[in-house]
Design a protein around this ligand. Structure first.
Ligand code: ZN
Length: 153
């Protein structure tokens, strides 16, 4: 065994681990981890419901009665899903893991930005549907008017 191997043992192997320690999650909430580790935890949070629960629990223990969960979340800056992802979520055409994450992000955490985005997307969809209906109705009325005019002649 050569001592030169030692320098490699200090690389953060836990980045690849399937679980993170409470200590790491605490540091995550403090944003005191390296950006690599922050990203790794965020990635894991997207698919790991257990980890999300632990993070919320830890955040709740620390900040109980002081800050709302939404504020903690905004401060910890868990990345928001993209507008495309929110659109797919609205249509129910999304990967189940990501869908569960967005539901958690929007409903449990109550991210106002994403809530506003979802409302906006929903309104756009409704407006588009109404526009289509109006166009169809107009077309029908024009046709009907044309026909009745012809009939009265
Ligand atoms: Zn968000």
């Amino acid at each position: 065994m050569s001592l030169t191997n030692c320098k490699f043992s200090s690389t953060p192997k836990q980045l690849m681990a399937s679980t993170f320690s409470d200590q790491q999650l605490q540091s995550y909430l403090d944003e005191s981890l390296t950006s690599d580790t922050m990203a790794a935890i965020e990635q894991k949070l997207r698919t790991d419901e257990g980890l999300r629960g632990r993070l919320v629990h830890l955040a709740g223990m620390r900040e109980a009665g002081v800050h709302g969960l939404g504020e903690i979340w905004r401060r910890s800056r868990l990345s928001c899903p993209s507008r495309e992802q929110l659109g797919s979520y609205l249509l129910g055409a999304i990967d189940p893991d990501l869908g569960a994450y967005i539901k958690f992000h929007v409903e449990t955490v109550g991210c106002r930005l994403c809530q506003a985005n979802l409302e906006d997307l929903q309104r756009q969809r409704t407006e588009q549907q109404q526009a289509t209906q109006t166009r169809r109705r107009r077309y029908f009325q024009t046709s009907a008017g044309y026909l009745s005019q012809h009939r009265s002649n």
